[in-house]
Design a protein around this ligand. Sequence first.
Ligand code: ATP
Length: 296
Amino acid sequence: MLIRQDGAALRVDAPAKLNLFLEVLGKREDGFHELETLMVTISLHDTLRFTEEPTPEIRLRCHGRGVVDGTVPSGDGNLVVRAARLLQEHSGTSRGVTVDLWKRIPVSAGLAGGSTDAAATLVALDRLWELGLAAEELLTLAARLGSDVSFFVRGIPAAICRGRGEKIHPVERPLGVPVVVSRPASGLSTAEVYRHCQVSSRPLSVQPLVDSLADGRLTAASRFLHNSLQQTATTLNSEVTDLITRLDRQPVVASAMTGSGTACFGLCSSDRLARRISRRLCGTGVPWATAVRAGV
Ligand code: ATP
């Protein structure tokens, strides 16, 4: 997450994430699933600008084109508004804000666009409203907004996340791995995918992937890409199967789905190749593809 002063306002670049590994370990009594996942930020981001208001009002203006199948709520349903209200309630502040949101991260894609916007809002408003909250307090609020929000609040490029995603163990690698990311025309609801998913009877460990990436062995690492939600997502949405097939026809080192889908990604041996593959995918009718770096 990159935060810059913009006159009296704060401007934040809020990154998307990929899950290079995701194992479902169990279903919990609170309805959530117990996970082990390797999350990495990528160089695709939304941009948010926070301008203080003299009244306690919270206003959101969404901008941006090119969001595939974008159903971004503009009012109280938006995670930006929910995060700002939660911070007002928690701190008792009577300060308000206008948030301009330039949306670039495709929605309902497993890229955590809503969660990263929520995290950006918590961190930026803590600063803009001069609340001085402790890091632990921000993390507690983050966990109330969503499972992935805590990872973004930490502002780190890569972490193993456990529990429902809120137990975070930073990892030093991967740094700057070239990746092509693509999303088919339709998205998937995270809740629906988890409702239908199977708990792994023989769970895999994330460690071999982390170790190979730490050594910079991309080809070895590619054997350990894993997402146990992929099977469910392909059953619910055949466009995911089609996209993985298209990616595997390209010279990617390996491919997988991210989060609960429907976006998929391919690890690439160079930035140039990632760009070429993204152009080729778009040329064959895939609605959205882009070359990014993971773990930045
Ligand atoms: P995750 O990987 O965290 O499960 P996702 O990437 O699959 O999430 P999001 O793009 O975060 O999905 O959107 C999930 C839902 O959140 C959508 O129904 C969307 O309408 C809603 N939403 C609320 N606020 C936002 C926001 N700021 N940006 C995008 N979606 C938002």
